[in-house]
Design a protein around this ligand. Structure first.
Ligand SMILES: [Zn+2]
Length: 212
């Protein structure tokens, strides 16, 4: 009890404000993700295709403040599944070492750790059903369970894992399956491509097409 009596009352107001501010955010406690979800890039999203094998992600009316190009100013140095690298699961974007990587959409950090060839990787789960992956970071700036807005800094560009230059390896996944980030982002203009994506699940695979 003695340590309670010594607790400085000047700290009570900031602590109360901190509690009130944090109460309104949709953060998830790290334990609300399973060990599998916290540990691996390719995991299914519970319940995503529970009612149907078809899901439409509607990005047609997304306001400008609700999306962000993940590495502003970057150029593509290696596209998704290109002729030279058929097995390439994302798009490689380059600016400078230790540049700020930003969340593409609002969401919750599902994974943030070193992970084999990915190096330091951050995975975000978004309410629209998509997940985005940010890899080879020199540092991760976000921790599991943290709620982020579009544009929130989540890491710094690096070459951790299997990388020959400092860059961002950016992936977009649905139910664990990667698809071409260029379906969502115009990689030259660095803007969101408004419209709808039709995602169809067949077995474990998910095929993704633009509807308009
Ligand atoms: Zn890559």
């Amino acid at each position: 009890m003695t340590h309670l009596r010594r607790f400085p009352s000047a700290l009570l107001l900031p602590l109360l404000l901190l509690f009130l501010c944090s109460a309104g955010t949709p953060e998830k406690s790290p334990s609300s993700f399973s060990r599998m979800e916290r540990s691996h890039v390719r995991v299914r999203t519970p319940g995503l295709f529970a009612g149907s094998n078809r899901l439409v992600v509607d990005l047609s009316r997304l306001p400008a403040e609700e999306w962000c190009f993940p590495l502003p100013g970057a150029k593509v140095i290696s596209p998704y599944a290109c002729r030279k690298r058929r097995s390439h699961t994302g798009t490689d974007l380059k600016t400078a070492p230790n540049d700020t990587i930003r969340a593409a959409f609002s969401g919750v950090v599902r994974m943030s750790k070193p992970y084999g060839a990915y190096g330091n990787v951050v995975v975000l789960r978004h309410s629209n059903g998509l997940e985005t992956v940010y890899s080879h970071n020199s540092r991760n700036l976000a921790s599991v369970g943290q709620a982020v807005e579009a544009g929130t800094p989540i890491g710094l560009t690096g070459r951790t894992g299997r990388a020959t230059t400092e860059h961002l390896h950016f992936e977009i996944r649905i139910d664990g399956e990667h698809f071409n980030p260029a379906l969502l982002f115009d990689m030259t203009a660095r803007t969101l491509r408004p419209g709808r994506l039709e995602c169809t699940k067949k077995g474990r695979r998910v095929s993704v097409h633009r509807l308009d």
